[in-house]
Design a protein around this ligand. Structure first.
Ligand code: HEC
Ligand code: HEC
Ligand code: HEC
Ligand code: HEC
Ligand code: HEC
Length: 166
């Protein structure tokens, strides 16, 4: 009898471990269901045309609603999502986009987009297949310290604690 109980416990732990390893990417609902694919693939927009600071600053940054309205003043104005967008623009407010990637404050991580983009690391290495991302928004890759350090060692970049922690 005890053998079966033990067997059942081991099986449950095994299932839980496998389920954790293959858990779906964290899904992040956004105030407006913004589809990357329609812009990047269907309309051939570059990542840097919206995330304009990714090659020149620490933060890649999200474009302002004014930037979106350059097109959406006229494009697809009958869509409920574009109506929401236009309402923010009217109020002179930014949509409260929810951050997808980031680190806990207490980890005091220093990360710079510019350093990586200038060194030729592709957006997709760190953010997965954003080109084809529809909604809802997903965190394709969960960034842990180990993953950062793996690449630094491979590329012979410093893995000193103070490189990434301030
Ligand atoms: C038309 C503008 C536009 C283009 C082009 C664009 N993005 Fe975005 N991106 C956004 C907006 C708006 C958000 C915030 C909404 C969201 O997270 O869905 C965002 C969010 C993101 C995020 C999540 C940021 C976070 O942590 O919250 C990543 C990563 C990203 N984009 C990467 C890319 C990459 C890579 C490309 C090129 C393949 C790209 N984007 C092209 C507008 C754009
Ligand atoms: C070496 C890995 C790496 C590369 C390459 C990279 N990112 Fe990121 N990205 C991150 C990490 C890590 C964060 C979270 C950073 C933080 O919170 O300090 C992030 C956050 C973001 C954000 C939201 C916060 C912000 O910076 O405004 C956007 C948007 C984004 N990335 C877009 C891009 C785009 C577009 C590219 C390519 C041009 C790119 N990233 C290349 C790792 C990377
Ligand atoms: C260069 C022009 C351009 C810019 C800039 C632009 N878009 Fe778009 N967007 C389009 C086009 C074109 C479509 C597809 C319209 C269609 O399906 O007929 C689209 C579709 C969309 C849709 C899907 C609407 C639906 O109901 O199908 C959303 C949401 C959206 N855009 C949000 C945004 C946001 C948010 C921004 C700013 C971060 C932005 N767009 C910037 C051209 C643009
Ligand atoms: C795919 C490879 C790759 C990944 C993943 C990566 N890095 Fe880097 N990182 C580099 C390269 C290459 C450089 C050197 C760039 C240069 O020479 O300017 C660098 C440089 C840096 C620097 C500046 C180092 C200095 O000496 O000033 C910091 C800080 C940094 N990375 C932090 C991070 C963090 C934090 C992560 C994880 C979120 C990360 N990196 C993930 C390749 C990577
Ligand atoms: C290449 C970049 C990189 C290097 C080098 C690095 N770290 Fe980290 N570290 C990170 C990132 C990114 C996180 C956040 C991971 C997450 O959010 O899961 C982190 C998280 C941590 C945390 C957890 C903080 C918390 O409580 O959330 C500690 C502690 C830590 N690092 C210590 C160190 C020490 C000690 C060293 C040197 C031996 C070191 N790190 C070197 C990138 C780095």
């Amino acid at each position: 009898m005890r053998k079966y109980v033990l067997g059942a416990v081991v099986l449950i732990l095994l299932i839980a471990t496998v389920a954790f390893a293959f858990r779906p990417a964290r899904v992040v609902p956004q105030p407006i269901a913004y589809p990357h694919k329609i812009h990047v693939v269907d309309n051939q927009m570059e990542c840097l045309s919206c995330h304009v600071n990714a090659d020149r600053s620490i933060a890649a940054t999200i474009p302002s609603v004014t930037e979106c309205m350059v097109c959406h003043e006229n494009v697809k104005t009958d869509s409920p999502e574009i109506k929401k967008l236009a309402a923010y623009a009217q109020k002179n407010e930014e949509p409260p986009w929810v951050r997808v990637y980031g680190f806990p404050e207490e980890a005091a991580v220093y990360f710079s987009h510019k350093r990586h983009v200038k060194a030729g690391v592709d957006c997709s290495t760190c953010h997965g297949d954003m080109k084809n991302m529809m909604t809802p928004m997903k965190e394709n890759i969960r960034w842990t310290m180990g993953k950062c350090i793996d690449c630094h060692r491979e590329k012979k970049v410093s893995d000193d604690c103070l490189t990434c922690h301030k």
